[in-house]
Design a protein around this ligand. Structure first.
Ligand code: GLA
Length: 726
């Protein structure tokens, strides 16, 4: 047979590609690479960071990091990703490469690496979904086996990643009820640092399952290498960072294994939640933009739909209302331009009416005393005024003083042996590991929406943690499944509702910001960032939140002053300007406003409607951090085509008057001209000298502008329109 020279070349090329491919798995996006190499039949991470254009020579290099999915029993003494007691009692697991496959569909590249224990039929698959344009990689794992009996899993990470740098700075987002998402950064030292929760429910309230790892320097907005990660999980999590003796940093992150041993039956598949990752070589801001775009495109319910303006009744009425009071609130809301009226807690319970948080939770029948004509009468009123109607529910919970607790005590999560249930906010948790209870929780909303199909918004709340650990449903040897099964059960209810009610808006609320995570966000349109609506506090809460989660999903409400949590007095303008930074809403009784305040709020709502597409779909740039000592904060949003922008500047603490307040914008078209217009003003005096003037993008971004905010709790908002020059 005669073979041409060119054919030999093609053959050699294919052969070398095949050999390379057998040794290397390249998970990649536009600007990042996560590379695995196979050495002596084991899989190691080779690189995670800047995109590698060529992998030539990788096979000549020896592994540098720990195994891709380190297991207990593989010889290492570091933190591991999986610990299993096998059916025969063996504790060691040692995972070997079997095969891998990769395919791409448009923007998404899917990769799976198959691993198997050296001796036992125990399998681990590593999965990766790489979103090219957004530079986001989702990483998760499935574990299964064909052993003779159940295998006890004691650790089951989603992600194991290694990093090598001179130094590592870890930012995480902690707080408490009404003080969520406070950012703190620390330099990692040798040993292990864990970010975790063991609360089971409302798991993002005290610490978010998100981190920023900055390499070689403290994280900066626009320079330096950073990795952002966030676990898409509504339950207990643990992200553990170990700095070893070789100055390598290893992250093992996933469901918190604490008291959560999982008996995995033969043929059952244990799927871990997704770890959402993005790498940026241009600092934090780029990483945030990556995640915001990714969320809107792939991980936020209706991420491409404008969010309506909501008036929520809570801070305006709390539990004390009747139909007339609500209707009067609706009248004011409609007058101001609100688009959805949401009736919060307190509308249900008859034997035990829900007139405070002490009774009625679980009894989802309309309170006939407060609302004798029912909900439809309220919906009629809202619709007559051109608004939609929404309602609050808390389907996972029960007050001991309720018909539900009387009738279904076995549905309550409990410590068993007749130990007293520990109360929080006077309530107990329902057992979502039990399919019957899942049907009940689904039914609470399904019944409401079936009986009242004109309800278009559901606020799903959850106001306690999982402390009374124990389930009457789970088998004796599977009690430790409760934390995991609860969270999976909850997600399954969200999924069912999402599928059945595509046109209903869902808000994830959990005592404020207890469910700010990418798992709930997949099935909900928005979250409530905090019960703290004081605009001063909100500047910090929103600042932390916007590192990971997009403005379109973040409920931000104008409330009354003094604030109900902090007693701080602030101007209506300041409150509105801060709420403009997210999905604007109102949470007060319009009846309590003076006519000029009502007028101001109406105009603010109108202005927000105009800038809403820029805030909800645009890119966010953080310009000045409230954590710096300068006493003011600034952000701007820019539309995708760079034709419109909005700048918000908040002076929250005293600063040296005119000396600071200097803002360099970001993300504009440098070569374009923009008309700058101050909006939402409360006097004739603008905060800039050149209001309504045309200024170049170049100046706005590179020279910067001074905004004359002089006192604490002052603020200014500007819109920018690109001028088309002939
Ligand atoms: C929680 C929520 C609030 C409100 C109350 C009602 O605290 O975060 O927004 O709905 O419950 O009880």
């Amino acid at each position: 047979m005669h073979i041409k020279k060119s054919q030999v070349f093609i053959l050699l090329f294919c052969l070398s590609f095949w050999t390379l491919n057998a040794q290397v798995t390249h998970v990649s996006t536009k600007n990042s690479s996560l590379v695995y190499q196979v050495s002596k039949n084991k899989v190691y991470q080779f690189h995670y960071g800047k995109k590698l254009q060529s992998l030539a020579g990788v096979e000549k290099m020896s592994p540098f990091f720990n195994e891709a999915y380190p297991s207990f029993g593989n010889g290492s003494s570091d933190e591991v990703a999986v610990i299993a007691t096998h059916a025969d009692g063996t504790l060691a697991t040692d995972l070997f490469y079997q095969s891998h496959e990769q395919n791409s569909e448009g923007n998404i590249q899917n990769t799976t690496i198959h691993l198997k224990d050296e001796k036992l039929p125990f399998f681990v698959d590593l999965h990766f979904k790489a979103y090219q344009n957004e530079d986001v990689i989702e990483q998760w794992t499935t574990i299964s086996h064909k052993e003779s009996a159940a295998v006890r899993l004691e650790q089951f990470a989603s992600s194991a990643l290694g990093f090598k740098a001179e130094s590592y700075y870890l930012s995480h987002f902690n707080g408490s009820w009404a003080r969520e998402m406070r950012m703190s950064e620390e330099r990692l030292t040798n040993g292990v640092k864990n970010i975790e929760t063991k609360r089971g429910v409302r798991t993002t309230e005290y610490e978010n399952p998100s981190f920023i790892l900055s390499l070689n320097q403290e994280a900066a907005e626009n320079s330096g290498e950073v990795v952002f990660g966030s676990l898409a999980w509504m339950g207990n999590y643990r992200l553990s960072f170990q700095l070893d003796d070789q100055e390598r940093c290893q992250l093992i992150g996933g469901i918190n294994p604490f008291a959560s041993d999982y008996l995995l039956e033969n043929n059952e598949v244990f799927e871990t939640p997704r770890m959402v990752l993005t790498y940026s070589s241009e600092g934090k801001n780029r990483a945030s933009i990556n995640l915001h775009r990714w969320a809107r495109n792939y991980n936020l319910r209706d991420g491409d739909q404008i969010r309506p303006i909501v008036l929520n009744s809570w801070e305006g009425a709390y539990f004390s209302f009747d139909a007339d009071r609500l209707k009067s609130m609706m009248d004011g809301a409609a007058e101001m331009g609100v688009e959805v009226f949401v009736l919060d807690d307190g509308w249900f319970g008859n034997k035990y009416p829900r007139n405070s948080d002490k009774a009625g939770l679980g009894d989802w029948q309309i309170n006939t005393k407060k609302l004798p004509k029912g909900i439809d009468d309220l919906i009629d009123h809202a619709e007559e005024l051109g608004m939609k109607f929404g309602i609050w529910v808390e389907p996972e919970m029960v007050n001991p003083k309720s018909e539900l607790a009387e009738n279904k005590p076995e549905w309550i999560v409990q410590r068993m042996n007749e130990r007293e249930g520990l109360l929080k906010r006077n309530q107990l948790l329902l057992d979502l590991s039990n399919p019957e209870v899942l049907d009940f929780a689904f039914g609470v909303i399904d019944n409401l929406l079936t009986k009242h199909p004109r309800i278009k918004y559901i606020k799903w709340d959850a106001n306690r943690d999982l402390q009374n650990f124990g389930s009457t449903y789970l088998q004796k040897d599977k009690q430790s499944h409760l934390w995991i099964d609860y969270s999976r059960g909850l997600e399954s209810v969200f999924k069912r509702l999402d599928a059945k009610y595509p046109n209903v808006i869902f808000q994830a609320c959990s005592s404020g910001g207890g469910r700010v995570d990418f798992a709930s966000m997949k099935y909900t349109n928005e979250f409530w960032a905090s019960d703290d609506t004081d605009p001063y506090e909100r500047i910090f809460i929103q600042w932390g939140t916007n590192h990971f989660f997009p403005a379109i999903a973040m409920g931000a409400h104008i409330t009354k002053s003094p604030n109900h949590q902090t007693d701080r007095e602030t101007s209506l303008k300041f409150r509105a300007d801060v709420a403009f930074g997210g999905r604007l809403g109102i949470e007060l009784s319009p009846d309590d406003l003076e006519p000029e305040q009502l007028k101001f709020t109406k105009e603010a709502i109108n202005l927000y409607k105009e800038i809403r597409p820029v805030i909800q779909f645009g890119d966010l740039y953080r310009l000045q951090s409230p954590y710096d000592e300068d006493g003011y904060a600034a952000i701007n949003y820019v539309s995708a085509n760079k034709e419109k922008a909005v700048l918000m500047v908040y002076s929250h603490d005293f600063h040296r008057r005119n000396e600071h307040n200097f803002v360099r914008m970001n993300g504009l078209d440098q070569s374009a001209m923009y008309r700058i217009t101050e909006i939402n003003m409360n006097s004739d005096k603008a905060y800039i000298q050149f209001n309504d003037q045309i200024i170049s993008g170049d100046i706005l971004m590179n020279r910067g502008i001074k905004v004359n905010l002089k006192k604490p709790l002052e603020s200014a908002v500007f819109k920018f329109d690109k001028i088309l020059v002939e």
